[in-house]
Write a new protein. Sequence first.
Length: 276
Amino acid sequence: MIDAHFHCWQLARADYGWLTSDLAPIYRDVAVADWQQQALAWGVNGGVLVQAAPTAQETTFLLQQAHDNPCVLGVVGWIDMLAPDAVDQVAQCAAQPMLKGLRPMLQDLSDPDWILQPAIQPVLSAMAQSGLVFDALIKPVHIPRILKLTQAHPDLTVVVDHGAKPVIDALAMDAWAQSITQLARETHPDRVVCKMSGLWTEAPKGQPVEAVRPWCEALLAIWGPQRLLWGSDWPVLELSGTYGAWRKLTLEVLSKLSAHEKNAVLGDNARRTYRL
């Protein structure tokens, strides 16, 4: 079983602009071993370590963690896609066996069309050619932009993080579901997939995990078990609750699937998508 999305960090590295003392539950050093303690209790013995800072230095740090911890099966890192040598950086990334993908932090950028600008297109083409995955850290406003991206780069593997971070409010659900259904329908099933992760932290503060069940069920219905990857988004998850509570809810959502389908969501899809 694989956790397709977790993080670790050291505060002294000082490049996590979003991680401030206001986020008390997670404002601490987090080691891979801390994640492993949570994951192993639920039979999860490997994971994909995902960037949390928009710096090349953090990617180097994550690759070192992967080198030191065999439970890290792959890393999703970061490059400056607007750097003059960005295409060369993609080649350097692809030469690192543990680096499986790259993730610009689109959710934090003011321009929702940022990823579509001409200067970035050769970088995305290089990623597709070298087999690096594009992790899409997006909000609902970006979904149509990601659809355009997939049309321009049909050979690029795209992973939609956290179900595109829907607003956990019944009034907003239909618009999100419509938009992400279009993305799923109009993209190649081997090229564009989605993570069931990060939903609980989108709910209003203090909501129980049960509040996000309808969104989990919607993701399963929209993407199907062959295009869904399970992830914890731990330790960010701890802003809302525990690894165990999230895992338990999602296993309930998957409970009616066949063993083969469950295995797909809980590990096989991540293995295939990220070439673990």
